[in-house]
Design a protein around this ligand. Structure first.
Ligand SMILES: Cc1cc2nc3c(=O)[nH]c(=O)nc-3n(C[C@H](O)[C@H](O)[C@H](O)COP(=O)(O)OP(=O)(O)OC[C@H]3O[C@@H](n4cnc5c(N)ncnc54)[C@H](O)[C@@H]3O)c2cc1C
Length: 361
């Protein structure tokens, strides 16, 4: 008689960095993995993300380091300018680009491609309810499906639905770092080539850059805010706040504000950190920004997401699949690293005075 072992079923919410990376490791270790993504297709976020330290080893272990390297933005550095655009200093490429920097969409696309044949991806849907019981988690989806899984993992970012359903409202878990910003692209009218320009005042920062192979200039306009409330507002309201923050600014501000309104790749985000007493509850845990976002100002979010996915998968393997032991080991091992990254995120946010640090996109 042939014995069929039933595979442990895992639902991962979020198909960006932490989600697909974890899906890769869990499939490799024999799990039956489903990934659900709220967006109708892979997100094509235009900003670059960088890798530092052990994150490069994780890319190597997944077998994609060379492919990811092929998308290197090859940034050469950033010129600091005064309010009229005159040069006042220079920052080396590593400040923003780490040891390796690639457009986020390329990383996500590679991680998806290497898992797509083995992992069930469901786009354009979201978890709407999670009911834990002794032997599993019953999951209800917005599109009406109801399914049972052995484990559920939230890799769904700062505003994680899994976290909200399991641990409570966002407001109780977000630590705002005092700034928000808008990102978009426009024509490269300044003729930059793999370089950036940064102008900051105590309350604002303008960061313009053009990575390798890009034809358009990436614009980041950051400004001091009292809360992340604008994240949930519509574009008109956000743009109004950006315009108000940059009123009276010279240099490129007027032209950039005009370009903002026409941008079709407009993106708004606040610098917030996620702070939880525990990352897991029963059969549910969190990975990446969902559980312990360090904020864009840390420049560690992508490295942290990759290292976290690898640590969680390794903890499950070491514990022979005993999720309670594995989740505790994962948290114990990763917490000091997360704490370091969060301190970095806080320090950078306040370094320039009133919190006007470029958010990196
Ligand atoms: C403007 C900006 C600039 C940044 N710059 C840098 C940088 O220079 N360097 C760096 O290392 N990091 C940077 N980061 C941070 C980096 O992008 C994140 O830390 C990293 O992507 C974390 O990955 P993640 O997979 O945990 O979460 P995310 O990348 O946030 O992905 C979450 C995924 O979950 C999906 N999702 C959300 N809600 C649901 C739901 N209800 N159901 C299903 N799916 C859902 C989202 O659509 C998304 O695909 C930046 C972030 C921002 C916002």
């Amino acid at each position: 008689m042939v014995m069929h072992m039933t595979k442990t079923t895992v639902l991962i919410s979020g198909a960006s960095v932490a989600g697909p990376a974890l899906a890769y490791f869990l499939h490799r270790d024999g799990y039956d993995v489903t990934v659900i993504e709220r967006a109708p297709h892979l997100r094509d976020s235009g900003y670059p993300v960088d890798f530092r330290g052990q994150a490069l080893d994780v890319l190597e272990e997944i077998g994609i380091l060379a492919e990811v390297r092929a998308h290197d933005t090859k940034m050469r550095g950033t010129t600091l300018v005064d309010e009229k655009g005159g040069e006042i200093g220079r920052l080396p490429a590593e400040t923003f680009a780490g040891e390796l920097e690639v457009p986020k969409q390329d990383l996500t696309r590679i991680l998806h491609r290497i898992t797509a044949d083995d992992v069930a991806y469901v786009f354009d849907d979201s978890i709407s309810a999670l009911i834990q019981h002794e032997s599993g988690v019953t999951v209800e989806f917005e599109r009406g499906t109801i399914r049972d899984f052995d484990l559920v993992i939230g890799a769904d970012g700062v505003y994680s639905k899994v976290r909200q359903l399991t641990f409570g409202p966002h407001a109780d878990m977000l630590r705002h770092l005092g700034l928000s910003g808008v990102g978009f692209s426009t024509a490269n009218y300044l003729g930059l080539d793999r370089s950036g320009l940064l102008q900051h005042t105590p309350d604002t920062a303008i960061y313009l850059f053009i990575p390798n192979a890009a034809k358009r200039l990436t614009v980041s306009l950051s400004f001091a805010t009292a809360s992340p409330a604008l994240d949930r507002c519509d574009r008109d309201e956000q743009e109004k706040a950006v315009r108000a923050a940059f009123t009276g600014h010279n240099w490129e501000a007027p032209r950039l504000l005009e370009a903002m309104s026409k941008a079709d790749d407009y993106y708004f985000s606040s610098a917030s950190q996620v702070d939880l007493d525990h990352w897991s509850c029963g059969r549910i845990t969190l990975v990446g920004d969902a559980g312990y976002c360090a904020a864009p100002t840390s420049s560690m979010g992508t490295s942290q997401a990759l290292i976290a996915a690898w640590t969680l998968a390794r903890s499950l393997a070491d514990a022979g699949g005993d999720h309670a032991t594995a989740f505790a080991a994962y948290e114990a091992e990763l917490r000091p690293y997360v704490a370091e990254n969060q301190i970095k995120g806080q320090q950078t946010a306040t370094m320039l005075g009133g919190g006007a640090t470029p958010m990196g996109w």
